[in-house]
Ligand binder design. Structure first.
Ligand code: F0G
Length: 357
């Protein structure tokens, strides 16, 4: 019999670092679809590619998996307010979970650099929002400083509760497939999610649920690719604002995940990201925000550069919903506006416009 998904804490309580009497703040996150993407499999020459569609979470991104843990534990510690730095999705999630918990949220965002959909979520959930004259990395420094010195609880992914919640993405994939994919591909900003998936797979491996961990492939935008460069980037730039991060918080965790999994990091251009953003919506039927297409764009680039994926089973996490940053869908490949043709209320004219006969 079908049952209502109870959120990641209740579904995985015995595999998460949370005590049985801790209050649970949930909006029903997790349990997201693993969608077959035959068009993408064909494009990259793989046996099978699936998308883990994280845009289906309550606030439209993967952040909710970690936020249910972080806010639940904040409440367990008696916190009255949470704070985060964000390129948009973390703030949307923190704001929603704080609202559900009945506490205040404070968010610090880089001025003018977050998508409107995400800003509207933080406003809707009555967060105290400040736009900082600086980039995400500056906002994170500020949030850490404030949480160390004032009565606000930090819910960025430097808080291990976030990574702990986000590892459930890997659990769900293993539960759905019964095995681990050969490759797990995802976009990388702070590298919290990359590290979290590896943690989940590693636990599944250690507990005998899978025979090996997937190779972890993480992709960044060219203008903000510290892992590819091997050092922090001072002024990161990309249209993929969610991953416009120069000094990743989970640097060490991510490097060890890459090494242990025999994985890699790579970079793709904004143009390649936008091309894949359109391919996923046009050919696969999944609408994601541009940053979320970065993993698939990197997979395609790897295939084009000669990586053989023949016979491979691949899971790509697409991290956030397309409606978060909807404007990109309304631009053509040259950046021109796409506007539907206006017609009169007349069947013959409409048919002619559509080329029907
Ligand atoms: N994709 C989306 C849609 C994101 O919002 C983020 C991060 C990432 C990928 C990268 O994940 O940082 O764990 O490597 N967004 C953060 C935020 C930074 O503030 O919303 P990561």
């Amino acid at each position: 019999m079908a049952h209502q998904w109870r959120g990641v804490i209740r579904e995985y309580i015995d595999r998460l670092d949370i005590s049985a009497d801790n209050p649970i703040i949930t909006l029903g996150e997790g349990g997201t679809p693993l969608v077959e993407a035959p068009a993408l499999a064909k494009l990259v020459g793989a046996e099978r590619v699936m998308l883990k569609v994280e845009g289906m979470n309550p606030t439209g991104s993967f952040k909710d998996r970690g936020m249910t843990m972080a806010v639940s534990k904040a409440i367990g510690h008696g916190a009255k307010a949470v704070i985060c730095a964000s390129t948009g999705n973390t703030s949307a999630s923190a704001a929603a979970y704080a609202a559900a918990a009945g506490i205040q949220s404070v968010v610090l965002i880089p001025e003018g650099k977050i998508a409107l959909g995400k800003l509207s979520q933080a406003v809707a959930h009555k967060s105290q929002i400040l736009q900082v004259r600086g980039n995400f990395d500056d906002c994170l420094d500020l949030a850490r400083n404030l949480s160390a010195n004032y009565a606000v609880h930090l819910v960025n992914s430097v808080n291990p509760d976030r990574i702990e919640g986000q590892k459930t993405g890997a659990f769900e994939i293993v539960d759905a497939l019964g095995f681990a994919p050969d490759y797990h591909v995802l976009p990388v900003g702070n590298a919290g999610n990359y590290s979290a998936y590896f943690k989940g797979y590693l636990e599944d491996f250690n507990e005998g649920r899978i025979k090996r961990v997937p190779k972890m492939w993480g992709f960044q935008a060219e203008g903000s690719a510290p892992f590819v460069q091997g050092s922090p980037v001072k002024n990161p730039e990309t249209i993929a604002t969610a991953i416009r991060i120069g000094n990743p918080a989970s640097w060490d965790l991510a490097l060890s995940a890459q090494e242990c999994s025999d994985g890699k990091f790579g970079a793709v251009s904004d143009k390649e990201i936008l091309w894949m953003h359109r391919f996923l919506s046009n050919e696969v039927g999944v609408f994601v925000e541009p940053s979320s297409a970065t993993g698939a764009a990197g997979l395609f680039k790897s295939a084009q550069q000669g990586d053989s994926l023949a016979g491979a089973t691949i899971v790509v996490t697409v991290t956030g919903h397309g409606l978060k940053d909807a404007g990109w869908a309304l631009k053509d490949e040259d950046g021109g506006d796409i506007l539907p043709t206006v017609v009169n209320n007349n069947a013959a004219e409409v048919a002619e416009s559509l080329g029907l006969n």
